[in-house]
Design a protein around this ligand. Sequence first.
Ligand SMILES: [Mg+2]
Length: 165
Amino acid sequence: MIFRKSDGRPSWPSALIKVYIDIDGVLLRTGKNGPELIPQFRRVIRYLFANFDCYWLTTHVRHGSGSAGAVAKLAPHLRKARIDPTILDGIEPAEWETLKTEAIDFSRPFIWLDDDPLPTERQILEESGCADSLVDINWRRRATRLTVRRIKRIRRSILRGLENS
Ligand SMILES: [Mg+2]
């Protein structure tokens, strides 16, 4: 569905942009005592939920398993941080078997948050003209961490691209 502005130009409500969300290395990072929630976890999830159509794209959500695996993986961390697990409600499962790219809808604008896509997956993105949709997350470098600020900037540039296309 394409919405139009008063002057007839297509306008993409940001919720029409899909975000595919990995868990390990993206929402959980390696801390001193093993995996831990990222510092802006609550803000990031709320921001993604308010501005994108959200999907899990993680090894914890495979074909036929629904979102349960993602919720189970994060539950102990949420409990520790006293974050209500209902914050995850509404993030839909994206199901795949061999490659995460199987679950991506290439007909719609999207971003994919991942710390470790396979070379084959990167290649498929490139061949589909979607290399820019991959948001590489690397917690060891400040510029490549997952923050609301970074996602906001990326979302703005996607919206600009869509309006000009
Ligand atoms: Mg990962």
